[in-house]
Design a protein around this ligand. Structure first.
Ligand code: T6T
Length: 335
């Protein structure tokens, strides 16, 4: 379950409510009139938190840029942090400390479809509004809104891309993340189902790299020495794609084996430009962040939220990577 993540999680500060602030609050209530009006006006500055799937991943960094800009526009404050690994045993205590800081709403990318259900339900039980961003849960009804790409459609689109690049058919492999992550599971299934529906192609199944580029590289190296006639590899997230590109390069099969990667971080864009990867399926993480804050604020104001929002993805190739659309689709490593 433990996946290698990257970057440095920001330290989280919990501000403990003391006796002094409690008595000040009571005094303000006792005064009534103008003071209570003032406190209801002050409440409009909502306190939000965003818990990423993993720190230092350009997908979540870019989402955080959207979260920050929309929070600023809404006059809200936001605290952003993520665990060092894409791992529910690390994300759960981080979420608990966020709950203890009493935010009005939490945007979260759950690291596991089952085991994050209970910790997130605990946040809801405290009256905190929940918005699921990117990944989801077995029962997403705990959230006011769940926002993600069409991951299954993205997996099918990856197979279409391989069909165009290797039209004679052949063996194809999926390098996934870890079972139990809603997004990558849906992409893998979308790809495998599309492969199985086309008799010209043979699915070699899914191998899991656990968010570790080195593991993805060794999976691809081993698969290529066992099956030298593999025509295509679908790497279903950023770290899998980074490693798959390395594996193909190390096997000296750059350009011969077609690689389609999900996500468009700086390393993926580089691999696309140097010809190791033939297409990238770019999500819209910034839009997910913007929509996430909008839904949270709407819920806090008592408005009607949208239970499920699907954001778009686009396919970038070497020919389009330097176009205005290609540049706009690339993820950022800072805001
Ligand atoms: O692909 C994204 C995200 O959508 C997925 O849930 C986990 O991996 C990424 O963050 C990329 O590393």
């Amino acid at each position: 379950m433990a996946n290698s993540g990257r970057g440095t999680a920001r330290k989280y500060r919990v501000v403990a409510a003391g006796v002094l602030s409690l008595s000040l609050a009571l005094a303000a209530t006792a005064c009534g009139g103008a003071d209570s009006k003032a406190s209801s006006t002050a409440k409009k500055s909502y306190k939000l938190a965003f818990v990423q799937g993993v720190a230092g991943d350009s997908f979540y960094v870019t989402m955080g840029c959207g979260v920050q800009s929309e929070a600023k526009a809404a006059g809200a404050t936001v605290n952003i942090q993520g665990p060092q690994k894409f791992d529910p045993t690390l994300q759960t205590p981080m979420l608990q400390s966020v709950i203890a800081s009493k935010p009005d709403a939490i945007l979260i990318a759950p690291t596991d479809i089952s085991s994050m259900q209970q910790p997130i339900a605990q946040a809801k039980a405290q009256g905190i509004k929940i918005v699921l961003v990117d990944t989801t849960l077995k029962d997403p009804s705990v959230a006011v809104s769940a926002i993600s790409s069409d991951n299954s459609g993205g997996g099918a689109a990856a197979f279409d891309a391989i069909k165009k690049l290797a039209p004679s058919g052949g063996k194809v492999l999926v390098v996934g993340n870890t079972p139990g992550i809603s997004t990558t599971d849906a992409r893998d299934k979308g790809f495998v189902d599309a492969t199985k529906a086309d008799s010209a192609y043979t699915s070699l199944g899914i191998q899991y790299a656990q968010n570790d580029p080195a593991k993805a590289a060794s999976i691809v190296s081993a698969a290529l020495s066992k099956n030298p006639d593999i025509v295509g590899v679908f790497a279903s997230n950023l770290f899998a794609a980074e490693g798959a590109a390395t594996g193909v390069r190390q096997a000296g099969k750059q350009g011969k084996v077609k690689v389609i990667g999900f996500d468009a971080g700086p390393d993926q864009v580089k691999a696309l430009k140097d010809g190791t990867v033939q297409a990238l399926i770019a999500q819209q993480p910034e839009q997910i962040g913007v929509d996430g804050v909008k839904q949270a604020v709407l819920a806090l104001k008592g408005g009607k939220t949208t239970a499920e929002i699907k954001t778009k993805f686009s396919i970038i190739t070497k020919d389009t990577v330097d176009s205005a659309d290609g540049k706009a689709a690339a993820y950022r490593s800072s805001c």
